[in-house]
Design a protein around this ligand. Structure first.
Ligand SMILES: C=C1C[C@]23C[C@H]1CC[C@H]2[C@]1(C)CCC[C@@](C)(C(=O)O)[C@H]1[C@@H]3C(=O)O
Ligand SMILES: O=C(O)CCC(=O)C(=O)O
Ligand SMILES: [Fe+2]
Length: 369
């Protein structure tokens, strides 16, 4: 590859990102993932779909039916989809459309809002300012969300970072975050019922949650079998609510193989993250997943990550521990420490929680239970 190829952002003889407005022809070595990660999926996943209509109506039979499906899915792999979730389809499509307004900006404009180390907010181009290799074939725009009566935090971020032209985009995402937060609390109730603990336990725990919304934009890639949009990982966060467009690319690891999640415009994809795995004392699995890219089509996903308020102690409910589980599988920790671990010390991958636990127990900050 010529060293001054304008399609790639370069520094010290290495590629540190791409200009997705220019067509790529081959991929630089920085984007090539290890052979052991590259085995591609063979079949479509036949995952459980949980219909939330009756749940949202408060119908007890429907609630128990949904909780049973959730228990089975979360004990096995930590992944399910929900339909009739009550989120306005127009809001979801607006969230996808408004993503384009940002990602189609000239690269120089996007780089002005580059995500700073440790911050929730900002643009990332292949995570190239954080990692050297392997780089993911994606651009992202992330922003933090918590409920705040006096300030619309998302709208404020868009206006201050991107200016008045992004006010409408900010309004859309402010609304999107609010409804996702509400939905996350409904799912928290279902998770509590399914685990047989106080129905309101997780709802209360996540009432003041700190969340992250991330827009993922995956440009077409000439060598899709050599790279990933998002490499294999579990989410360090608690619960993930994702909407993918119709292109497809999300895959989950279950029954010992990678399986692709068929896009459904009416469904939201839900997965358990590491922090909820710790809250359930390991009963519910943090879902191993990844996103592949393709040669012809760009792909988008909007992801809402639910996280505990930063200083809350993550520990399973007493009724889960005392009555049934006995021993603790993970030490107490706070989300702020775990988040810092993923940003400063360890690149989130297939074993983040395990590595974090070792790090915590062997460091002076650890509080083994
Ligand atoms: C706390 C977080 C770290 C990541 C963004 C949120 C939740 C998921 C994490 C991530 C997506 C897992 C895969 C690797 C990662 C580096 C990525 O590809 O974006 C992770 C995010 C991150 O560290 O920014
Ligand atoms: O884009 C996708 O489908 C998956 C993205 C993802 O796993 C993530 O952002 O954590
Ligand atoms: Fe993920």
């Amino acid at each position: 590859m010529p060293s001054m190829d304008p399609k790639y952002l370069q520094r010290d003889n290495g590629v540190v990102g791409f200009d997705s407005s220019l067509k790529q022809t081959s991929i630089p070595r920085e984007f090539i993932w290890p052979q052991r990660d590259l085995a591609h999926s063979v079949e479509a996943l036949n995952e459980p779909v949980v219909d939330l209509q009756g749940v949202l109506r408060g119908d007890n039979r429907e609630i128990m039916k949904a909780a049973n499906l959730v228990r089975k899915a979360c004990s096995e792999h930590g992944f399910f989809q929900v339909t009739n979730h009550g989120v306005d389809a127009h809001l979801i499509s607006a969230a996808h459309d408004h993503m384009d307004a940002f990602f189609k900006l000239p690269i120089g404009e996007k780089l002005k809002v580059l995500k700073k180390p440790g911050s929730f907010n900002g643009y990332s181009n292949a995570h190239a300012t954080r990692f050297s290799s392997p780089l993911p074939w994606k651009e992202t725009l992330s922003f933090g969300y918590h409920e705040n009566d006096s300030n619309p935090v998302v709208l404020d971020y868009f206006k201050s970072a991107l200016g008045k032209e992004f006010e409408q985009t900010g309004l859309i995402y402010q609304k999107y975050c609010k409804v996702m937060k509400e939905l996350s609390l409904v799912i928290m109730e279902l998770l509590a019922i399914s685990l047989g603990v106080d129905r309101l336990h997780f709802r209360k725990f996540f009432e003041d949650s700190n969340n992250i919304t991330r827009c993922n934009y995956y440009p077409p890639c000439q060598e899709p079998s050599l790279t990933f949009g998002t490499g294999p990982h579990t989410d360090p966060t608690s619960l993930t609510i994702l909407h993918q467009d119709q292109v497809g690319g999300l895959e989950v690891f279950t029954r010992n193989k990678w399986q692709s999640v068929q896009p459904r415009p009416d469904a939201l994809v839900i997965n358990i993250g590491d922090t909820f795995m710790a809250l359930s004392n390991g009963r519910y699995k943090s879902c191993l997943h990844r996103a592949v890219v393709n040669r012809n089509k760009e792909r988008r996903s909007v992801v809402f990550f639910v996280c505990p308020k930063e200083d809350k102690v993550v520990r399973p409910p007493e009724d889960l521990l005392v009555c049934r589980e006995g021993t603790r599988k993970y030490p107490d920790f706070t989300w702020s420490l775990f988040f810092e671990f993923t940003q400063k010390h360890y690149r989130a991958d297939v074993s983040t929680l395990q590595s974090f636990t070792h790090w915590l127990l062997s460091s002076s900050t650890g509080q083994p239970s």
